[in-house]
Design a protein around this ligand. Structure first.
Ligand SMILES: Nc1ncnc2c1ncn2[C@@H]1O[C@H](COP(=O)(O)OP(=O)(O)OP(=O)(O)O)[C@@H](O)[C@H]1O
Ligand SMILES: [Mg+2]
Length: 313
């Protein structure tokens, strides 16, 4: 594919609270300040809070205007609402940014809940994805956690003829713990997982797997800060656990060759879900490494070389 072929990014995770939304919105922001026209679709139907990530108060739990993604996908509205984040956010540095950017939010509806993957819903999902593919360079679809209806809807939609040939990249977010590694493996490889359900819809399992990468979020550092008074045994224990997790990830087909990247623990994000701006780093509030990690994820996401099948899983 060419450098500017549109990309549809499906953000998934087996567990909730993995950092899927916060990481996705930060990657989306990084890509947008590089000059890409980016959309963010809130497909977390049970909890449509994407507006809060971008600090748009009036739609922090979905839009109240009755034309969000819930009502569009269930056929109650023919056009879903879309908002220019730069003009809607209350965050000053996002309103008057150092770099111009184009980032569009498609919110869900306030109070909207989960709904099933009926043929009509899937058809409307195809419609919105086709439109996004035409209008945006990169479209993020933030899905509900687990084997959700949202996942089934997009998997079915991407199997439709209108989207054949579209570039899809599946990101599986997980924390760096035993339980999260096993759960993420299950979402991809397990019963009713992405590969099994994809095969039922006619996907080639090898190609589908090639379009998936893992993202390890909020990974604690295992190296003692210089001059810190940490206890030796504690750091030794942490390093040992980290090695054990590396082995577990490898054994679960989640080694580094299929990992898109890692984000460090970021104190700001432990307290608040938000876009981390360069201004936050300059003010010494957020860590430089965090922004570097988001920028690296953004680069890898659009780097075709990262997504070339090498057959070594
Ligand atoms: N790198 C990080 N360091 C510290 N905290 C983080 C990091 N990334 C995300 N978080 C925090 O973890 C929490 C869960 O993140 P987020 O809401 O993005 O997860 P999610 O998988 O989308 O959850 P849900 O299933 O509820 O939608 C949030 O409070 C978020 O700010
Ligand atoms: Mg979320």
């Amino acid at each position: 594919m060419g450098d500017r072929d549109p990309i549809l990014v499906f953000s998934t995770s087996d567990k909730g609270g993995t950092g899927r939304s916060v990481t996705s919105c930060n990657i989306a922001y990084r890509l947008s300040i590089q000059g890409r026209n980016v959309a963010y679709l809130d497909f977390d139907f049970g909890s449509p809070t994407a507006g809060a990530l971008f600090e748009i108060d009036r739609m922090d739990r979905g839009t109240t205007e009755g034309n969000g993604l819930h009502r569009f996908l269930t056929g109650k509205k023919s056009i879903p609402a879309q908002y220019d984040i730069r003009s809607e956010t209350k965050r000053t540095d996002l309103r008057a940014p150092r770099h111009p950017y184009r980032l569009t939010l498609y919110p869900g509806d306030r109070g909207g809940g989960e709904f099933g993957a009926t043929t009509d819903v899937v058809k409307r999902c195809v419609d919105i994805l086709v439109i996004c593919k035409q209008e945006f360079d990169v479209t993020f679809i933030d899905l509900s956690a687990g084997r959700s209806a949202a996942l089934e809807i997009v998997l079915s939609a991407m199997a439709a003829t209108q989207l054949r040939g579209a570039v899809a990249r599946w990101l599986v977010f997980h924390r760096w713990t035993r339980q999260h590694i096993l759960a993420a493996n299950g979402l991809v490889h397990g019963p009713n997982g992405l590969l099994e359900n994809g095969a039922k819809l006619g996907y080639d399992p090898g190609r589908l797997l090639d379009s998936m990468r893992y993202v390890r979020t909020a990974v604690p550092s295992t190296s003692e800060a210089p001059g810190a008074k940490g206890s030796g045994p504690q750091w030794a224990w942490l390093r040992k656990q980290n090695e054990a997790l590396d082995q577990l990830a490898q054994a679960n087909q989640m080694g580094t060759s299929v990992t898109l990247g890692t984000t460090p623990v970021e104190p700001v994000l432990q307290w608040r879900e938000q876009v981390i701006l360069d201004a936050d780093v300059d003010a010494k509030i957020a860590n430089q490494e965090t922004v570097r990690a988001f920028a690296a994820l953004a680069d890898e996401l659009v780097n075709d070389d990262t997504w070339t099948w090498e057959g070594d899983f």
